[in-house]
Design a protein around this ligand. Sequence first.
Ligand code: ADP
Length: 189
Amino acid sequence: MLNIVLFGPPGAGKGTQAIKLKEAYNLVHLSTGDLLRAEIKEETTLGMEAQAYMNKGELVPDEVVIGMIESQLNSNKSANGFIFDGFPRTTEQAEALDQLLSTHETAITKMLSLEVDDEELVARIVQRGKDSGREDDKNESVIFNRIITYNKKTSPLKVYYDEQSKYHIIDGVGSMEEVFDRLQKVING
Ligand code: ADP
């Protein structure tokens, strides 16, 4: 199986690249952000609880997102592999993912970290807020809080994957195709 963690701050382009990678390698795309937004749309209890965190730019509790990933892994047993987009975001999530994958007799192949500077990130998210209508993309203090949360809680996962020799840095600035080419080179290499 090919299991990729697509990593990077909010606005780095994970979602866009994940869709292209899913097509190119025939993978199941698991975005915890998309899964949470689907729960909100359906007005489930889980969705309503998650929304309060998301609207503030804070992380949804680990057990909630881990549970969602667990059920997705169970319902996609014949997959060629997975692309994890926006997950894991904490050390606890990364450890849980390794454990879940090992019960399915597989593991993360590579972690690809899209690097984009903060100024460019904010500009991209503000633009996305105009196009997509996502609430958390419309408020500047929520955008900043997401970037701060990334730097504090998520960025340390680079060390976690580096210790497993799975951490790869990808320049996330350039055209969609340029970034995609860089990702493919590392996956194929
Ligand atoms: P972005 O990468 O632009 O922040 P996402 O769709 O990945 O967009 O995430 C939106 C929000 O959903 C996050 O700010 C957070 O509140 C919540 N979320 C998504 N994935 C996770 C996760 N793995 N752990 C905790 N919260 C998450």
